[in-house]
Design a protein around this ligand. Structure first.
Ligand code: DGL
Length: 279
């Protein structure tokens, strides 16, 4: 281990790094800020190359490697992969390569789903790449072989949320089309396996009814992050102030900052445009 890695591992006052393909990962930042209000956060949204959900696995791995390198240059103490698509395809590679705590959003979603399902019939919705990875099917079945997983790619939902069409009739029709096949399979739990989907919770709830539990992976991921920071002695010790949030993007900042509040639940006054180092 390099001296700088050791120093990082022992510096609880450093920020947590969080990255995503774009603005959606701010739903994860929102949960982390709620659960860990004193922590400073450095966020990177790769807005120049979003969406990742339509890309090939090797491109997703390469992009996420560049994202994490950028965060390491910001001296973060740990990294949260806010993007479900990256968590699905690149997390094991990143964990193997980098010597600091790295968490994704898949396992928190899987464990929550397994703890709430009563009939072991679990639905999953995400991007094309996330669903194609089969990572939810594999992880759920490895933990509970008798469980059934019904996964559906819902690529149209990301642009609809970015358009602010969460309660639009077009979104309702598309959601019905996506969700009816899962409901016919009598799922009682639905994992929202994409950064943007927490914003559709009430629209989804209206279609699936009260008997289906919606699993927001970001909520559980934040609890994981707190537990893991605590175990590693990395919880920020300063209790007096609200943690800072510094945001970086790879394309122009205006669209990002104007969309940010919807995902973050609080205004984001500024972001900085950066060029990522190639790995
Ligand atoms: N952040 C992505 C995810 O959670 C959605 C947007 C994209 O396709 O890049 O899977």
């Amino acid at each position: 281990m390099l001296a700088e890695d050791i120093a990082r591992l022992h510096n609880s006052e450093l920020p947590i790094g969080i990255f995503d393909s774009g603005v959606g990962g701010l739903t994860v930042v929102r949960q982390i800020r709620h659960t860990l209000p004193h922590e400073d956060i450095v966020y990177l949204g790769d807005t120049a190359r979003v969406p990742y959900g339509t890309k090939s696995p090797s491109t997703i791995v390469r992009f996420s490697d560049e994202d994490i390198e950028f965060l390491l240059h910001q001296q973060v103490k740990a990294v949260v992969v806010g993007c479900s698509t990256v968590s699905a395809w690149a997390l094991p590679t990143l964990i193997k390569k980098y010597d600091l705590p790295i968490w994704g959003v898949i396992m928190p979603g899987v464990e929550t789903a397994l703890s709430v399902t009563r009939n072991n019939r679990i639905g999953v919705i995400g991007t094309n790449a996330t669903i194609r990875s089969m990572c939810y099917n594999r992880s759920i079945k490895a933990r509970r072989p008798g469980a059934r997983v019904f996964a559906r790619a819902c690529p149209l939902l990301v642009p609809l949320v970015e358009e602010g069409w969460m309660n639009h009739r077009v979104t309702r029709i598309i959601l019905e089309d996506y969700l009816q096949p899962l409901l016919r399979q009598r799922i009682d739990t639905l994992i929202l396996a994409c950064t943007h989907f927490p914003l559709l919770k009430s629209a989804i709830r209206r279609i699936v009814g009260k008997s289906v539990t919606l699993v927001d992976s970001a909520e559980r991921c934040a609890i994981y992050a707190r537990e893991s920071l605590e175990q590693n002695g990395l919880l920020c010790k300063k209790r007096r102030r609200h943690g800072r949030l510094e945001a970086f993007v790879t394309d122009e900042t205006q669209r990002f900052t104007s969309l940010a509040q919807r995902f973050l639940g609080e205004p984001l006054h500024s972001a900085l445009k950066v060029v990522l180092p190639a790995t």
